[in-house]
Design a protein around this ligand. Structure first.
Ligand code: WTA
Length: 665
């Protein structure tokens, strides 16, 4: 075990192994490595047959498919393309008349602690009624609807109602700014926006609808005919006559019966924006059939979910994890799940543990960044340590979104899981639709800091820059060498970027490039993710593009001449954003520098959202550049880390700049 200070570097050496607990394995769907290997072998023998079997077992088709994989136009792969289904019917209708109908679907806990429960039957009624309301307002199959909602039952209802009509939703996380909302509305071509008057977070009432108003006022949003407003709180918000309507207004008189609209398997279920290596976020387009299949199958394989489980994924519906493991997967699997509106530290940092006890949570899935911040809180205040609560209902823990450092893994394992619960460290991406590399909890021996092995059917590999597979122990590019059903279908409106980003010609044009580096261990062939290979940062489990933040900074044209953004390791947030800025007016110092740094942070919050605010801002007279004018980011990364520069700086045009930038402001 290492004690390196960075959460990313500290996963380098790890010898501890935790076999699947016998009691867990005895009941698990994948019970032991033989069973896991048998599934992998089945996929190896007959790849299409394997996926066809899963698609028949996991999905209710209104028209069965006869084709499995269509590779005629790579990399635009199609799965089950002549089949028809409805995603909402696969989450709700199929449970009617079964034991699940009157089971609790969602236990909602509000920021302030109030609890509301809805059964599958009630959820279906609410989704149907909301779908009827949308339909009456003119929303139809193929339309795009932007959702900007807090974590509420209504947020899930809004997504499911769109799916029911065959309308494609695009959910934007409530922490994004008006500008970010506007860009997404324009790019996706939304006809309607579903939002909430306010959201409650950490005891504060924060506006959402007002941000939508600002977004629409920025222009280019003429396609938006309606804004539907959920009245989360009693506080009024401004309403535009003719355009804005409350949920109460549109739901009045609507029936709770609404036939689900059958769509083709390839019909876009949703478009979710994520950061890439250029300034413009990518609209990741997912299909219906393959996505629903994997959402359900991974609930059963990775989480081994059973009828009596109380599942809790803490992710917001604004991220992919909240799509697959809040809005779709748990419902498709007929599970009872917790939906939480608030934040882990309000009213105290024991909130998660308190909620696990209160609701008898048995499967808990969260991000390393949350675990790290709760470790820190528990270290400084024993009263919020998990040991203060009865967590014996837990049987499985999960981690997602960023590498989990072995120290945090061990703490989670001991203090939350009572050394009894396996931890599934799930590696996947917005583009993957669901888990691609993860332990199977009843089978895979766990190694802290490793996401272990690919799921059956997922052909993950590590290759060099020419696409050749590398031996175990050698670090390289993580790829998935065969198409799989829940993979990204396109970048909305930008097929060229889709090809270039994910299926680069250098790798043959058909292999999915994840954008992460990885290495396989020589002893077990386990995967360990070493971090992004592109200009994407992972800050508190949120993906941020360095170019996106740079574009935001240089858009402050009255102040900023040039900016370069890099990441540096951070014990709490995984990575932290560090910006190097050249001002038009010359390099500021002292109080002036602090003032301007604050101004720039607020500006970035306005341009993108508070999650993109740089932690460090350093001012220079210039940036380190090669003689041909290229910014040398690797030097900036070293400076950001506080490392001595050991790289060759002979090609640098202006070496003196390094000392200047190394001085903290
Ligand atoms: C990182 C989140 C290490 C990775 C579901 C990936 C991880 C990016 C893990 C995707 C993990 C996600 N171990 N790194 N278990 N899970 N990542 O699109 O860099 O928000 O490329 O999807 O998060 O982030 P995204």
């Amino acid at each position: 075990m290492t004690t390196a200070s960075s959460p990313i570097e500290s996963v380098l050496v790890e010898n501890r192994v935790f076999p699947a607990p016998a009691e867990f394995a005895a009941k698990a769907r994948i019970s032991g490595m033989e069973q896991y290997q048998a599934l992998c072998a089945e996929a190896e023998r007959d790849y299409e047959g394997f996926w066809a079997r899963l698609a028949r077992e996991n999905v209710v088709w209104s028209k069965p498919f006869t084709e499995v994989l269509d590779s005629s136009n790579p990399p635009f792969f199609r799965w089950f393309a002549d089949g028809e289904l409805n995603a909402s019917a696969n989450c709700l209708d199929k449970h009617m008349g079964t034991a699940v109908e009157h089971k609790t679907a969602i236990i909602f806990e509000a920021d302030g602690g109030e609890v509301t429960k809805v059964s599958y039957r009630e959820l279906l009624d609410r989704v149907s009624q909301f779908a009827n309301a949308l339909k009456a307002q003119g929303v139809q199959k193929g339309d795009r609807v932007l959702i900007y909602m807090p974590m509420t039952i209504e947020g899930v209802v809004a997504m499911q109602a769109c799916a029911r009509l065959g309308a494609t939703h695009s959910v934007v996380f409530g922490g994004f700014s008006a500008k970010a909302v506007q860009e997404r509305i324009v790019d996706v071509g939304a006809v309607a926006v579903i939002t909430s008057n306010y959201q409650m977070r950490g005891g504060k009432e924060l506006p959402l609808k007002a941000i939508v108003d600002d977004a629409l006022a920025l222009g280019g949003c003429e396609g938006v005919r309606h804004v539907f407003v959920y009245e989360r709180t009693a506080t009024a918000c401004a309403m535009v006559q003719g355009r804005d309507k409350t949920f109460g207004e549109i739901l009045a008189g609507q029936s709770t019966d609404c036939a689900p609209v059958a769509v083709g398997a390839e019909h876009p279920l949703f478009i979710l924006y994520t950061s890439g290596s250029t300034g413009k976020p990518k609209g990741v387009q997912h299909c219906t059939g393959g996505y629903v299949l994997w959402a359900k199958q991974t609930m059963e394989w990775t989480f081994d979910v059973r009828p009596e489980d109380v599942f809790w994924c803490t992710a917001d519906i604004g991220w992919i994890t909240g799509h697959t493991y809040v809005a779709y997967g748990p419902l498709a699997a007929g599970a009872t799940q917790i939906v939480f509106e608030g934040v882990p530290t309000f009213p105290h940092a024991g909130r998660f543990w308190q909620m696990i006890e209160r609701h008898g949570c048995s499967i808990f899935y969260t991000a390393p960044t949350a675990i790290r911040s709760l470790i820190k809180a528990a270290d400084s205040d024993q009263a919020v340590h998990p040991s203060n609560w009865n967590l014996s209902s837990l049987r499985l823990l999960g981690s997602v979104g960023e590498p989990i450092n072995p120290e945090a893994w061990m703490w989670y394992y001991k203090n939350v899981g009572g050394e009894r619960c396996p931890i599934v460290d799930t590696f996947w991406q917005t583009e993957n639709g669901g888990h691609v590399i993860s332990p199977m909890p009843g089978a895979t021996p766990l190694v802290p800091g490793s996401c272990t092995l690919p799921l059956p059917g997922i052909k993950a590999a590590i290759v060099d820059e020419t696409g050749h597979e590398l031996p175990d122990g050698a670090g390289g590019l993580l790829v998935i060498s065969k198409p799989w059903p829940s993979m990204i279908r396109n970048i909305w409106g930008d097929p060229e970027r889709f090809k270039k980003s994910y299926f680069p010609a250098e790798l043959g044009g058909q292999i999915y490039l994840a954008g992460d580096g990885a290495v396989r261990s020589e002893d077990r062939g386990y995967f360990r993710i070493t971090g992004r290979i592109d200009d994407v940062l992972n800050v508190s489990g949120h993906r941020m593009g360095t170019m996106e933040i740079e574009s935001a900074l240089v858009a402050k044209t009255d102040l900023v001449a040039e900016a370069a953004v890099v990441g540096r390791p951070d014990d709490l947030t995984g990575e932290a954003i560090c910006a190097f800025v050249v001002l038009k007016r010359g390099r500021p110092s002292g109080e002036e520098a602090r003032q301007i740094a604050k101004e720039l942070r607020d500006w970035v919050a306005k341009e993108i959202g508070p999650i993109a605010k740089p932690k460090d801002i350093r001012f220079g007279d210039n940036l380190p550049k090669t003689r041909s004018g290229k910014i040398m980011r690797r030097l900036l990364r070293s400076i950001a880390k506080g490392e001595a520069i050991t790289q060759d700086t002979s090609t640098l045009e202006n070496p003196a700049i390094l000392d200047q930038l190394a001085q903290a402001n």
